[in-house]
Design a protein around this ligand. Structure first.
Ligand SMILES: NC(=O)c1ccc[n+]([C@@H]2O[C@H](COP(=O)([O-])OP(=O)(O)OC[C@H]3O[C@@H](n4cnc5c(N)ncnc54)[C@H](O)[C@@H]3O)[C@@H](O)[C@H]2O)c1
Length: 241
């Protein structure tokens, strides 16, 4: 059993595929959870808002702390994937991708760390295997996830002395709306496409959201008490292709 009973956790993207699983797993292990997303999801507390709104993300950690009586864990999980090579990317694509994937975690970490500094805490950021090993034709997404990975390594070093551990998870393909809508947009049947994808993974299947959520809980808990600035690749043995 992970030691997070009674800990108070903020999770972004809490209504999404991996986000829902993270909320459920944190709650199973006894944490109190405040979720946030554009639409209401399932958590002990829920705050709706848009992560591209800087005033929202700046006050989100304090709002969550107020609702829960403190803040011990932050999971920067929300993200969007922007597809296509650089010639297909608009200014708006750039601003939106960086706004949600990079600026929001930056603002949330900046606001959360002062709230945690006296008693310690854990921040877990969702990067991607593509953030550490780039794949083809997604430069905006990959740049943004490389920035999340780098932010994680920097903060992991800078705030360890305050007892705040910052670590990241780098999944390969996960069976969520993010992946499925990508197939649908390309005119493919998501179930059939995932079946094909499963055979490309040495463990025999792509990840389910719970495979990622369990690693998030590990990094949020005392089980990972000596880890700071680590990036854990969770990929079923499949390298980036
Ligand atoms: N699914 C994968 O294959 C995969 C692989 C590697 C990394 N990841 C990362 O995991 C994280 C979760 O991905 P997922 O697959 O669960 O995606 P998802 O699309 O199912 O969920 C993402 C959630 O983020 C929320 N969100 C997006 N923009 C927002 C905004 N402006 N304001 C507030 N909320 C917003 C969405 O509403 C959604 O609920 C992301 O950071 C993603 O990059 C996913």
């Amino acid at each position: 059993m992970q030691d997070i009973s009674g800990k108070r956790a903020l999770v972004t993207g809490a209504a999404g595929g991996i986000g829902q699983a993270i909320v459920a797993r944190l709650k199973q292990h006894g944490a109190v959870v405040c979720g946030t997303d554009r639409v209401v999801g399932d958590a002990d507390h829920f705050v709706t808002g848009d992560l591209t709104d800087g005033s929202f993300t700046d006050r989100l950690p304090a709002e969550a702390a107020e609702l829960m009586g403190g803040l011990d864990i932050v999971v920067n999980n929300a993200g969007i994937i922007t597809r296509g090579d650089i010639t297909q990317a608009s200014d708006e694509d750039f601003t939106r991708t960086m706004g949600i994937n990079v600026e929001a975690p930056f603002r949330i970490c900046r606001a959360a760390i002062p709230l945690m500094q006296d008693k310690g805490g854990a921040i877990v950021n969702l990067a991607s295997c593509w953030g550490v090993h780039p794949g083809p034709n997604h430069p905006l997404y990959i740049m943004s996830k490389a920035a999340v990975a780098s932010l994680t390594q920097c903060l992991g070093m800078d705030h360890a002395h305050q007892g705040i551990r910052v670590n990241g998870v780098c999944p390969n393909e996960v069976n969520t709306p993010m992946l499925r809508t990508g197939f649908a947009t390309r005119g493919l049947d998501p179930d059939k496409a995932i079946e094909t994808l499963n055979s490309s993974v040495p463990l025999g299947r792509i990840a389910e959201p719970e495979d990622i959520a369990d690693v998030v809980v590990f990094l949020a808990s005392d089980q990972s008490r000596y880890m700071c600035g680590a990036l854990l690749e969770v990929n079923g043995g499949k390298p980036v292709q």
